[in-house]
Ligand binder design. Sequence first.
Ligand code: TYM
Length: 346
Amino acid sequence: MAQFKELVFSGVQPTGNLHLGNYLGAIKRFVTMQETHDCIYCVVDMHAITVWQDPKELKRQIREVTAAFIAAGIDPKKHIVFNQSQVAQHAELAWVFNCVARMGWANRMTQFKEKAGKDRENASVGLFAYPMLMASDILVYRATHVPVGEDQKQHLELTRDIAQKFNNDFAESIAENGYGDAFFPITEPLIHGPATRVMSLRDGSKKMSKSDPSDYSRINLTDDADTIATKVRKAKTDPEPLPSEIEGLKTRPEAENLVAIYAALTNTTPEDVLRDHGGSQFSGFKAALVDVSVTKLAPIADEMRRLMADPSHIDAVLADGSDRARVLAAQTMDAVKDIVGFVRSR
Ligand code: TYM
């Protein structure tokens, strides 16, 4: 099997209310990955318009996600930060993948079913084609590793299937064009750590989500210190003290969630947290959780506000990132055109 240079890619949609789940499941881990890998982090604005977005609000959200990346500690000089729509090759490769992927594969995607809801006839065609665009985001850079939260697992499996089928369908042409026995890597999803599925603060059986009507269900990355403290204090719990062993959390989803959040924020494990807090009442544990949440999150919110006050700086970061991403994406797309059998005029 061909060797691929290790490269990290991930994306976040600019669709409002970046929350603690996005931070712990994705953005915080993006920051860590940049110590060991070349990374490309993308604000996926073309994915956002698979459901209606107000144009002015979309622009603001694109800048806000970019601000969150930078405020959290991503270095846009060392790595690439850009918005998807500015690199046309994402859409170009997505078309090729629409022709590689099978209807049956796309039909199985649970996110489409959830987002389309009962009125499937009225969902956009783009919402159905979403996973092929996502595969293209990753594979247009031939990225090998993708840090995401648990909810993206099925999409990444589809990405692997698409890469595999492309490599098989075009095996002869890939070899003839000098790319050996595989053109696309079989990308590895990185779904690690205690907080790959952060749950709602109001209901431990539901994922923390930007679309939950209750703002108390989530901590937004833009929340100030007082709001964070109030939301943690109001978080649903049960009457028992915290257990000392992990097994004791199994039937207590709200307790399990708060322990996972604490572990992720302090770079420890749920076992470590229970070692220190096992036997505590929630009043005490929540006070400790307010402390770490405010210490870790409030400075990010402050820095986001500072960055958002100067949109031209954010736009310059995106323009620079897009220019650098386009160079890489164009190389892949030229090769794909040769492999598929398109006659290239340039
Ligand atoms: P999006 O914008 O919904 O979410 C961004 C990232 O946040 C993670 N996440 C969570 N992690 C833990 N707990 C939660 N409650 C939680 N909610 C969200 C998501 O798993 C994701 O990692 N389809 C993607 C965006 C995308 C993408 C890509 C990702 C487009 N192209 C290519 C990776 C590679 C999405 O809608 O994420």
